[in-house]
Design a protein around this ligand. Structure first.
Ligand code: ATP
Length: 555
């Protein structure tokens, strides 16, 4: 409302500013010195009011863009960063490129372009009606009719040039995302690249990506040229049209009997009305190039929104599949019942897996690379749906019943305290300094106390520099000792540790009463498990335990 009020206020002031020349003509041609000096002050006031209104309008536009970005980004983040949605989107919807870029950049550009358009267009329709009326009073119906016909022609021409730009903007943003991702990866893998002397190759890849991006950018620049030419010609022709329109009543004899000074004042006042009406239409047409950008950003944001709608349905079906529990299902049991699983590329991972994991029954999944060990854990976590059968798991509340540690330790941007508490699902979860010292001792990372400034000092990328991969795995392992879950699912979570620490940590977790479900290639780790599930990579498996050993093969 403030925005609209300011806009209307500005237009009213502009109207009076527009009348200033006409008033001066009249004062000067009649050599009225008293009138002249009296008119200076209101004239200055009008000019400063117009400047103030325009500045505040711009300021409000800034706030509008900020609000639009905030609302949209929060909406997208809430739908994207939620259980399983982000993972499902990235895994199953590869067509939706760079969702991160759409959320962090495209929404911002969308809001900024929208602001420019809205600032110019929010009150344009009202003003068009008002100035049509004013123009009609002076020129009769012929003036507005000419201007409207002119406007229609202008819109048709610019419309023809907009569509190709919309597509180009869409693809340019896609390449923008790819280019940015390439640089993020360079930073992430700087050490590996340096070890391999891969800089030359990386440089040529970066160059290629930049070339592709610039080709699209160049396409936009090319396609904007005819649009800009049409819009500019439309604006300049418009100023001539205003004199054509004011000529109508003059030649029709409407101002017969007026002397030259009166006539020049009338021409000045009336041509302003016609000119302003044309200016309003030109402004509307000029927005077309911004509209094409806006349409490009809208397409990218809209596509993500549609994908998130589909993801919500997919996640819901995952949820019903996964968390259905038997009446008699106990909280101390994980059960795979006739589970068959395929990868997203339809590779058979496991056929008809039947396995009960009771408390104290430590299970290890073993098998060659790519045989599907992690995939089975994905079905356990509810990330992949089973094509047949069900996985029954205890209530999945992180830290109480089940905890997953992947092979790549995930360290957050935060303090040491945050690292241990992650993911801090319950606001009540806290840890004292004494407990931190104790946990660090437990995972053999006592020296970390000396490396951090305090347990609450926030670090981001420094974590990966402060700690080696094995140390990062140890730090993440501290979460198991903090949460003391019934089940710990460890997917090669100790693969980078030395054997001694690996043995020590496995022993400590089992002594704590936590049941471990592991994936590992290390024989010493496998020894800590009483049930071994061996995958053959073809969908078949064998189960070995202390009492007996059974074999199952894919049909
Ligand atoms: N997101 C995915 N899309 C398509 N196929 C996938 C995906 N993730 C895994 N796969 C396929 O599923 C198969 C099993 O992968 P998985 O990661 O479970 O193997 P793994 O036994 O844990 O291997 P490793 O011992 O190397 O860790 C692989 O052949 C892999 O190509």
């Amino acid at each position: 409302m403030t925005f609209i009020t300011l806009g209307i206020g500005y237009e009213v002031v502009v109207y009076f500013v527009g009348m200033i020349p006409s008033r001066f003509y009249s004062i000067l041609t009649s050599r009225d010195i008293v009138g002249f000096s009296k008119y200076i002050l209101p004239c200055l006031l009008l000019v400063f009011s117009a400047a103030a209104c325009k500045s505040f309008l711009n300021f409000m536009g800034g706030l509008f863009a900020l609000k639009a970005r905030k609302l949209l980004t929060i909406h997208f983040q809430d739908r994207y960063i939620k259980p399983k949605a982000m993972y499902t989107l990235i895994m199953n919807h590869e067509g939706v490129d760079n969702p991160d870029q759409r959320i962090t950049q495209d929404i911002d550009k969308f809001s900024e372009t929208l602001r420019q358009i809205v600032t110019n267009l929010i009150i344009a329709p009202v003003m068009v009606v008002y100035y049509t009326y004013k123009c009609w009073i002076v020129t009769g119906f012929a003036g507005p009719l000419l201007i409207y016909a002119y406007f229609m022609l202008g819109s048709l021409v610019s419309r023809k040039f907009i569509q190709p730009i919309v597509n180009a903007v869409f693809f340019k943003e896609l390449q923008e995302g790819n280019f940015r991702y390439l640089h993020v990866r360079l930073r992430q893998y700087a050490e590996s690249i340096a070890f391999c002397d891969g800089e030359k190759e990386e440089n040529s890849r970066a160059q290629h990506s930049l070339d592709t991006l610039l080709t699209y950018q160049r396409t936009i620049v090319n396609k904007e040229l005819p649009l800009k030419m049409a819009n500019e010609s439309f604006s300049y022709l418009g100023s001539i049209l205003s004199y054509l329109i004011i000529a109508i009543p003059i030649f029709a004899g409407a101002f017969e009997g007026k002397d030259a000074s009166e006539l020049s004042a009338i021409i000045s006042a009336n041509s302003f009305v016609a000119m302003y009406l044309i200016y309003l239409f030109s402004t509307i047409i000029e927005q077309s190039s911004k509209l094409s950008d806006l349409a490009g950003f809208t397409a990218r944001i809209g596509e993500l929104l549609e994908a998130l709608d589909k993801v919500a349905v997919e996640v819901e079906s995952l949820g019903t599949d996964h968390s259905r529990r038997k009446e008699e299902q106990s909280n101390d049991l994980i059960e795979f019942e006739n589970v068959s699983l395929f990868s997203p590329r339809s590779k058979l991972i496991i056929h008809d897996l039947n396995l009960k994991v009771c408390q104290g029954d430590n299970v290890a999944f073993v098998g060659p690379n790519g045989s599907g060990k992690t995939s089975i854990l994905r079905s356990l976590a509810g990330l992949w749906p089973c094509s047949e059968g069900r996985v029954f798991v205890p209530r999945v509340t992180f830290g109480r019943d089940i905890i997953f540690l992947p092979q790549l330790p995930y360290l957050i941007d935060g303090s040491l305290r945050d690292q241990i508490l992650y993911p801090n699902t319950t606001p009540a979860a806290t840890i004292t300094d004494k407990e931190i010292v104790h946990l660090l001792q437990k995972v053999r990372l006592s020296h970390l106390s000396g490396l951090v400034r305090s347990y609450d000092t926030v670090y981001s990328q420094e974590w990966s520099k402060m700690l080696s991969p094995g140390e990062q795995q140890r730090l993440v392992f501290a979460r198991v000792f903090y949460w003391k879950p019934s089940f710990a699912v460890l997917d090669e979570a100790t693969s980078a540790m030395d054997k001694d620490t690996e043995d020590y940590l496995y022993q400590a977790v089992i002594n704590m009463g936590t049941t471990v479900i592991s994936v590992s290639h290390h024989p010493n780790v496998i020894d800590y498990h009483n049930t071994i599930v061996r995958l053959d990579g073809q969908g078949g498996y064998t189960i070995e335990n202390k009492e007996a050993s059974t074999s199952f093969f894919a049909a």
